[in-house]
Design a protein around this ligand. Sequence first.
Ligand code: HEM
Length: 503
Amino acid sequence: MSVSVLSFTRPLDGVSGLLQVASLLGFALLLLKAAQLYLHRQWLFKAVQHFPSPPSHWLFGHIQEFQDGQELQKLQKRAEKYPCASPRWLWGNKVILEVYDPDYMKVILGSLPTQPHCGPGYGLLLLNGQKWFQHRRMLTPAFHYDILKPYVWLMADSVHVMLDKWEDLIRQNSYLEIFEHVSLMTLDTIMKCAFSYKGSHQAERISQSYIQAIQDLSNLFFSRVRNAFHQNDIIYKLTPEGRWNHRACQLAHQHTDRVIKLRKAQLQEEGALEKVRSKRHLDFLDILLFARTEDGSSLSDKDLRAEVDTSMFEGHDTTASGISWVLYTLATHPEHQQMCRQEIQILLGDGASITWDHLDQMPYTTMCIKEALRLYPPVPGINRDLNKPITFPDGRSLPKGFQVSLSIYALHHNPNVWPKPEEFDPSWFAPGSARHSHAFLPFSGGARNCIGKQFAMNEMKVEVALTLLRFELVPDPSRVPVPWLRIVLKSKNGIHLHLRKLL
Ligand code: HEM
């Protein structure tokens, strides 16, 4: 009996011994991880110790600020209360420094080694290091003014299509939600200008689903950032939101692939660069397809698609936001609207032809557009990872590896920079008026500023000029837009205006 017991207990001892060792090891690993997290948290605390912020929850940090839809107002309050910058704890061990001071912006944007915080990405907007430099150099010729000049006519054409549609629509109901129309129009414009696309997007259903996909991607990105359980790619892919994100990406890519495929086929028929150049003007897509790096290689299909996606996204959603908010601010400030209209009537008469040369001759309208971009910056914030330690002019510093968020919205609403920041005051932008070089940054600044700035300003001027010649804009008091922090600034309830056709 004792023998049999012995022969049974020995293997059991072995298993339980193994289990004991395994659980000890697991416990030690857990302790190690906890120590690591603790030390990292201490490192973060030390890094931001000189930057005060509102009290935060030990686990959820300031996540509440994200969730009640008051994010923009909260950011503004921070700018009033905590000078220059303040840390925002996301959850557990994640903190970002919110920056809204011109001197701080200057230091960060002037410091080349910082990189956009988006993880490994493709397309100029998300690229880093040497590859970004190479792509930026390849794309710069596409935004040369010789290329941009003929676009004014194409922009005017798209705007007229939209305004004709508005004339029809207001016969039934003079109240319109404009953002959606403007988005279709700007997509139409970018497709025509950058890709010489011949169809009219404003009429096509496919582009509406593309716009929907872009909007979904933007919303999903924001809700993912706020959800601690969605940070892991594998887990995220399994969630309903992750699957939705995947479908929206596929839809956007299909649209892009279609554009590239059509052009590749066309170029095969047309032949070499010089032959194409002699026949027609080169557009953005031609430049991408003919672009070569120093070693003579062309862009890979993946890089090509990423650049096209970036331009389509950056080139239509941002300008749609800019234009819609400009029209809204003019609607709410009729005296300024009338001054712009007078300026444009004198310049353009009936507006039948608007050219590149006209765009420099509408100073008051330009001032109003800039003031609207201050109040409603289409890109409300951008993130950067610090590749090296940084010291600000007031002596406070941040270590390498830290993440900062440049809040363009809070900068533009910072009362220390713009007294009475909520007032619409175009005189801020009167010719000759002085301000800090980094107080107004709708297009960011430094080496990674917006490559499409001139394109966007032209499009906004053409759109505003032609609209004011045809319509009087009046706000809809029952549906006041609520600015909504997304990658691109939107309104939570759309932008509703009352349009009156001018005689
Ligand atoms: C009102 C309209 C626009 C606004 C407010 C705007 C704003 C910005 C901002 C703030 C950035 C910096 C982003 C960052 O550093 O993370 C940026 C970058 C960029 N924008 Fe725009 N943008 C506008 C229109 C356009 C258009 C029309 C195009 C192209 C046709 C364009 C193409 C780009 C690209 C490619 C970059 C990345 C540049 C780089 O990293 O070197 N943008 N834009």
